[in-house]
Write a protein that binds this ligand. Structure first.
Ligand SMILES: Cc1cc2nc3c(=O)[nH]c(=O)nc-3n(C[C@H](O)[C@H](O)[C@H](O)COP(=O)(O)O)c2cc1C
Length: 358
């Protein structure tokens, strides 16, 4: 007899983070059936085999046991509600769920990340579950990010290297982690040279994201949070990415920001023309400027781009200081010095990248 509580085993197994699927089929009477399952796994490429296991107690078990085929719908990031719906035992799970018909008229859930159309080839007993092994006949995949599940909670996936941050070829050799390490390791010395609080931001999955701070000995604020996603239009680091990244990468974030401002009835929503002017100014001066309200009055932030060796902006170096110390114009001595520090870091990155390639 096992010397542990079932609950503890469940929690332990739950630490293994998985994707989430809804397995669909049709019953003999033509009614569509589906269940949420994360027991899905790939088995073999040649022949192409996959498996999943179903609880014998599931209401739909006799239907899957008798079905010749099923479809594995791999759910996308925004489909947690669909997962919850198909995890509830009972009828009418398909109401208000958009589907299309696959092979044999089986339902494919629209908007999923990928689906596999399968023919069952074997079943194996597995305690209170049964294991279905199936051959893949057809599949489709999209670029949609998948939904994940672990520790009893729905999750979204982020690449270990902060996702959408896309270093140039050489920086890819250096590896994102090393690039971040190099830049953040330089922060204390740059901060002491500029005598200012510094931040480093990357372009993450949700837009400009602050990943490190270096407070100056004379800090202007204690509110230095990392992981903060900042505005692509109003934050100094956000403006750097909006100005220097390819437009198609930032446009969606800018549009979202404008929509949010409009929804919040903000009276001074900038027009596209004003935004373009603002970004053109950042490009021509090589520095962005913002007045971050959350730091209180009399504080200005500047941002400058750190490029990789292919000329793509990889980081935004941001400095926050009192107006009396940092000035209020991008051409003042302080922002000019910040721009030079960012340039020097770009060069150091390129040198390190070349070293990594050699
Ligand atoms: C994330 C998640 C994963 C699940 N994975 C499985 C699984 O792999 N096998 C299974 O039998 N049930 C699994 N379940 C539970 C079923 O989805 C649930 O029992 C469902 O109600 C069965 O539907 P039915 O009783 O209408 O057949 C999972 C539930 C969730 C929320």
């Amino acid at each position: 007899m096992p010397q542990f509580e079932q609950r503890n085993l469940r929690d332990c197994l739950g630490t293994f983070v998985t994707g989430v699927t809804v397995i669909t089929t049709v019953a003999a009477n033509g009614v569509p059936v589906g269940v949420t399952a994360n027991s899905f796994s790939s088995v073999s490429l040649d022949p192409p085999l996959v498996l999943w296991s179903q609880a014998l107690s599931a209401r739909s078990f006799p239907i899957f046991r008798d079905a010749e085929r099923f479809i594995i719908n791999i759910l996308a990031e925004g489909q947690a509600e669909i997962s919850k719906r198909f995890a509830k035992s009972g009828a009418d799970k398909f109401a208000a769920i958009e589907t299309r018909r696959g092979i044999g008229g089986l339902p494919i859930i629209v908007g999923c990340t990928a689906f596999l159309e399968c023919v069952k080839v074997a079943t194996y007993p597995g305690g209170d579950h049964i294991v279905f092994v199936a051959r893949v006949e057809n599949f489709e995949r999209t670029d949609r990010k998948p939904l994940a599940f672990g520790g009893g909670r729905y999750m979204v996936t982020h690449a270990h290297d902060l996702g959408a941050f896309s270093p140039g070829k050489a920086l890819a050799q250096l590896s994102h982690v090393d690039a971040v390490r190099l830049v953040t390791a330089a922060l204390p010395e740059v901060s002491s040279r500029l005598n200012a609080t510094l931040g480093i931001a990357v372009w993450g999955n949700r837009g400009p994201t602050v990943i490190a701070w270096e407070p100056s000995p004379n800090p202007v604020t204690t509110d230095l949070r990392t992981g903060l996603v900042v505005s692509p239009l109003f934050a100094a680091s956000g403006l750097v990415f909006s100005a220097f990244l390819p437009r198609e990468k930032v446009d969606g974030h800018i549009e979202k920001e404008i929509a949010a401002l409009k929804a919040a009835n903000v009276s001074t929503v900038p027009s596209m023309e004003e935004i373009n002017e603002r970004l053109a100014r950042v490009r021509s001066l090589g520095v962005s400027r913002s007045v971050p309200e959350r730091f209180g009055s009399g504080i200005t932030a500047y941002g400058a781009p750190i490029f990789d060796d292919t000329g793509q902006v990889a980081f935004a170096l941001t400095a926050v200081g009192r107006n009396s110390d940092v000035g209020e114009d991008e051409r003042d001595p302080f922002p000019t010095a910040l721009r030079r520090e960012a340039q020097a870091l770009s060069e150091r990155l390129a040198i390190a990248a070349r070293g990594a390639i050699c």
